[in-house]
Write a protein that binds this ligand. Structure first.
Ligand SMILES: Cc1ncc(COP(=O)(O)O)c(C=O)c1O
Length: 476
């Protein structure tokens, strides 16, 4: 570290600033230049002071300044490590890229660990592979056996679908990006729910969408039918991106009636609908699923994206698009300019997993129900002031806090070893500070421990004075 810092005390502008500020500036400069990586553990204050032959107070003040400016995170007993302001785990475009930190209870990611069936499915897939090795292996729309298996899942849900209507992608996020390439012109307007899934918002930003929002109520039914349809009629967006099946983050399920009216209104105003079905398999409490949104579509207005990340495993990176057969052809043409095709081996794993879907999905639902109930119990016990609407599916709940404290809480939680995704992450304009998304994807012991730590932090926030409303920060 001392070597990297080199002539820190002789940096430009040095004469005008005290030692501690110069040291902090030098460390920030190393970070900005990529010489000091993000997540690097800095030496203890005393060690650095000795190495640089300066007083410990100077190092202490420099570290404090770096913490204040968001370039350093510290946890008692664990040391200090580098970061970028605004939480470095969020790239500039809002994508969530968690670091591997084994001590951290990660409530930032709403996804389960792999099911036990995954490894045998991978082994069986390897045995199937020789069938494909005689060809080049490029299948821009996906291998036919997976397209057939996915098409069958729609037909089984009452939406007759042919394999030609399915395109396999590298996850649902990839599916969304490809659909946007095809259906959205840069600068065009898009209607989304608020709150919504942050990485979808990032994809829309990347396509330079002008985003309008329909605010969801935290309690059921979430969508206000008249306002939503009014937004479509008056705002006349070219596209709407919605998550009707256990919405992320609220967990709401859109009624059949509203689905039908939504599709009819979209058609009447000339808007395309992109429907994200990431959580469609994960209904809990025996909740009966309404028909798929696309089942009300008579005019190829609805493109559906979905995938295996939530009921099976995110690491598989298998998703898909359901659209009309000509749209799938156009998507495939767009795709070859991006990544050519999905890996054959991973698609074969997906085929084996889908063949066991009744067993796997039933186990996932049982696991999620138990974890959700433990999380609800822990919240009722430790944070009774928070209001929670019980989600009947999906993997997250959207807690209404007892003040506009979500970001402050997330910052403090990070110090206590709990990673949280605060409310504003799910919106566009720095609002939603009174909300926090809590996934129930971790094992029950971790959920209880996480709530314990959050509750302790919550009361600490009170002791040091509850932060009032501050100017909302723009999240772009
Ligand atoms: C609504 C929604 N869409 C898309 C994704 C991304 O899924 P995938 O991992 O399949 O790309 C997620 C994952 O959290 C999600 O919640």
């Amino acid at each position: 570290m001392a070597r990297l810092l080199g002539q820190w005390h002789a940096l430009p502008g040095r004469r005008r600033s005290p030692d501690y500020a110069a040291l902090a500036a030098a460390i920030r400069g190393l970070l900005a230049d990529g010489r000091l990586p993000l997540g690097a553990r800095l030496p203890a204050e005393r060690e650095l002071a000795e190495a640089l032959r300066i007083s410990r107070t100077t190092v202490t003040a420099a570290y404090r300044e770096l913490r204040d400016s968001g370039h350093l995170a510290s946890r008692r007993g664990a040391g200090s490590w580098t970061m970028l302001p605004g939480n470095h785990r969020m790239a500039g475009n809002g994508l969530w890229t968690p670091l591997d930190d084994r001590d951290m209870l990660d409530l930032g990611v709403a996804a389960l660990a792999a099911p036990p069936e995954l490894l045998p499915a991978a082994q069986a897939a390897a045995e199937d592979l020789p069938r494909y090795l005689g060809g080049a292996g490029y299948h821009p729309t996906g291998i036919s056996e997976l397209r057939e298996a996915v098409a069958r899942t729609y037909s089984d849900r009452g939406l007759p679908t042919s394999p030609e209507q399915i395109m396999v992608t590298n996850g649902t996020q990839h599916a969304l990006d490809l659909v946007l390439r095809l259906t959205h012109n840069p600068g065009g307007s898009v209607l989304v729910e608020a709150p919504s899934y942050p990485n979808a918002l990032a994809a829309l930003h990347a396509r330079r969408a002008r985003i309008a929002t329909h605010g969801l109520a935290p309690d059921e039914p979430g969508w206000d039918a008249d306002l939503l349809l009014g937004n479509l009629r008056q705002g006349r967006p070219k596209l709407a991106y919605l998550i009707p099946d256990f919405q992320n983050p609220t967990g709401h399920l859109m009624s059949a009636e509203l689905r039908e009216r939504l599709v009819a209104t979209a058609h009447a105003v000339g808007a395309d609908l992109v429907i994200d079905e990431s959580f469609v398999d994960l209904s809990l409490d025996g909740t009966v699923m309404p028909p798929p949104t696309a089942s009300f579509d008579r005019h190829s207005r609805v493109v559906t994206v979905g995938g295996m990340s939530k009921a099976y495993w995110g690491g598989l990176r298998i998703g898909w698009i359901r659209a009309s057969a000509p749209q799938v052809q156009r998507l495939a043409a767009a795709r070859v300019g991006v990544d050519m095709a999905s890996p054959v081996l991973d698609q074969l794993v997906a085929v084996h997993l889908l063949a066991q879907s009744p067993t796997i999905v039933a186990a996932r639902r049982a696991q999620l129900t138990a974890q959700r109930d433990v999380l609800l119990g822990a919240l009722a016990d430790r944070l009774p002031e928070w209001r929670v609407t019980v989600p009947h599916g999906g993997v997250t709940l959207w807690a209404e806090l007892d003040g506009p404290i979500s970001s402050a809480l997330a910052r403090a939680a990070e110090q206590a070893g709990v990673r949280l995704a605060p409310g504003p992450r799910f919106g566009l304009d720095g609002t939603l500070e009174r909300f926090l998304r809590l996934p129930f994807t971790l094992p029950v012991a971790d959920l209880v421990e996480a709530v314990d730590r959050i509750a302790a932090i919550r009361y600490d926030l009170d002791r040091v004075g509850r932060p009032g409303w501050s100017e909302p920060a723009v999240i772009a």
